[in-house]
Design a protein around this ligand. Structure first.
Ligand code: ADP
Ligand code: MG
Length: 474
């Protein structure tokens, strides 16, 4: 597999233009990118590319493909949507919906100084994670059989909350469906972040959905108390704690935590999967009941407000970076003369010929690598190379809208002709008045009054001008 080691803003992957780097993880990099369509349309997406260092490893490549194939089949508001799996000269990339938000990890760091996440907000977030995870766990194949998908890397870095308060689980990179996809076994490599691994992940490696419930328990315990239940001075000590020791009871750390909630989270943290929640749906139900008992109803909007207020400058910074990256991309596009940018089109309502660009599919079923050898869109007369972002708009054809200079010339000619007609009419009226020009009886009455004639001529002229300008506008 080839590697695109020097990917940078302005480069294109298939139909997408890279805007800016977002994150670099263990096996992949995440970028903000955009799909550019006609009439100033653009859609921001996130693109995940495999890191050059590991791209030559067939095991990782298979893992990367597994992520795309599995995650693309999950349809849930709390699981990030996979839009497309692309292949640029052998470089695989995953296109995802863009999450305008941040991770629970960032949120946790920030709330340390602001007194933690308020309980009702935390419960809403926890309930949403359960819902998204349950949808993943319940994924079925075409025959309706469970594929036994397990995320295997539930951690604060892999759960995002949008600034509108919507939870999105990301990174199904080590997700595995029993016996169906590539075995995620890479020598010497422990998948997932150690402090969030379940006891069975550390030992037998035989996991089911209850392993994710354990990891979610760790995430919730940490977010609620500010302390990790198992973290030791070294990875080895952390692993030992996960395998052998019960965490400090939550209510000893945070006495205000409702008893039921402490019990629910501690149940998720049981060493034996049989002692945990059976599935995320029952965990979610309990969390929702606790939320009702607390009596402070919370909406996604409240979660969003809390996230924005807590992250403050981080939100502004992230959005500013993206806005700047879009502006830069717009100016690159103008410099290449690829038509109008999203910002320049505002206020311009001229009719445009359809550009024939392919719209972004809303969903993507049965994901297949997108080959760059695909034939170009039929309706486009001059198709761009597949590796370039599509132009914003093609130049309007002359038949539809004349070029401005030709239009001005025509206007001048028509005005002159009208002036000539007016002069002729006035001349005729004057000649008729003076008795030089013989006129029929009915017209004679009209022409007798020179002022009335001029008024009529003026109205005639205005009507003509209006019709002409309507014709030109079309
Ligand atoms: N769809 C997305 N929209 C915006 N940011 C994202 C998206 N997916 C991931 N990220 C950001 O990139 C980081 C790494 O993504 P992830 O999929 O977890 O990759 P890795 O496999 O490297 O851990 C996330 O923690 C998050 O900050
Ligand atoms: Mg990750």
């Amino acid at each position: 597999m080839q590697i695109l080691s020097d990917l940078k803003p302005g480069d294109t992957l298939g139909r997408y233009e890279i805007l800016m780097p977002v994150a670099r993880g263990g096996m992949a990099a995440v970028w903000a990118a955009r799909l550019v369509g006609s009439r100033g349309f653009q859609k921001i997406v996130a693109i995940k590319t495999m890191l050059p260092e590991i791209g030559n490893d067939p095991a990782f490549e298979a893992m990367f493909l597994d992520e795309a194939r599995l995650a693309s089949r999950i349809r849930h508001p709390h699981a990030v949507e996979i839009v497309e799996l692309g292949d640029e000269n052998g470089v695989l990339y995953i296109v995802m919906e863009w999450v305008d938000g941040d991770t629970i990890s960032t949120l946790n760091k920030q709330v340390r100084s602001t007194g933690g996440v308020p309980l009702p907000i935390l419960l809403r977030i926890a309930s949403s994670i359960c819902a998204g995870l349950h949808a993943a766990h319940e994924l079925r194949d075409d025959e309706g059989k469970l594929v036994d998908l397990v995320h295997r890397d539930i951690s604060p870095q892999n759960v995002m909350v949008s600034y509108d308060g919507i939870v999105k689980i990301v990174d199904f990179g080590v997700a595995k469906a029993t016996g169906r996809l590539h075995e995620t076994r890479v020598v010497g490599q422990l998948k997932g972040k150690i402090p969030y691994l379940s006891p069975e992940q550390l030992t037998s490696g035989k996991v089911d959905r209850r392993s994710d419930i354990f990891s979610l328990g760790v995430l919730l315990y940490t977010t609620l108390s500010g302390y990790h239940p198992f973290r030791g001075r070294s990875d080895a000590k952390t692993m030992e704690n996960i395998l052998r020791f019960a965490p400090v009871p939550l209510r000893e750390l945070v006495p205000d935590v409702p008893f039921d909630l402490a019990v629910a989270i501690e149940r998720a943290l049981a060493k034996d999967p049989a002692d945990r929640w059976n599935d995320c749906a029952s965990f979610q139900r309990t969390l929702d009941q606790i939320a009702i008992a607390i009596g402070t109803p919370v909406t996604d909007g409240d979660v969003g407000r809390f996230v924005r207020e807590t992250l403050g400058d981080i939100v502004a910074e992230r959005r500013k970076k993206l806005a700047t990256a879009i502006q830069l991309a717009d100016s690159r596009m103008s410099a290449r003369g690829e038509g109008r940018t999203a910002s320049s089109i505002r206020g311009d309502r001229r009719k445009q010929a359809p550009a024939g660009n392919t719209p972004l599919p809303a969903t993507f079923a049965g994901i297949l690598p997108v080959s760059l050898e695909e034939p170009p869109p039929k309706s486009s007369s001059q198709s761009p190379p597949a590796s370039l972002a599509l132009p914003v708009a093609s130049a309007p054809p002359a038949l539809v809208t004349p070029a401005p200079r030709a239009r001005r010339r025509w206007r001048r000619r028509i005005s002159l002709a009208l002036l000539l007609v007016l002069l002729l009419l006035t001349g005729a009226a004057l000649a008729a008045r003076a008795g030089i020009l013989p006129v029929p009886g009915e017209v004679h009455d009209l022409l007798r009054d020179g002022r009335s004639l001029l008024r009529s001529a003026r109205e005639l002229l205005r009507g003509l001008l209006e019709r002409l300008s309507a014709l030109l506008a079309d």
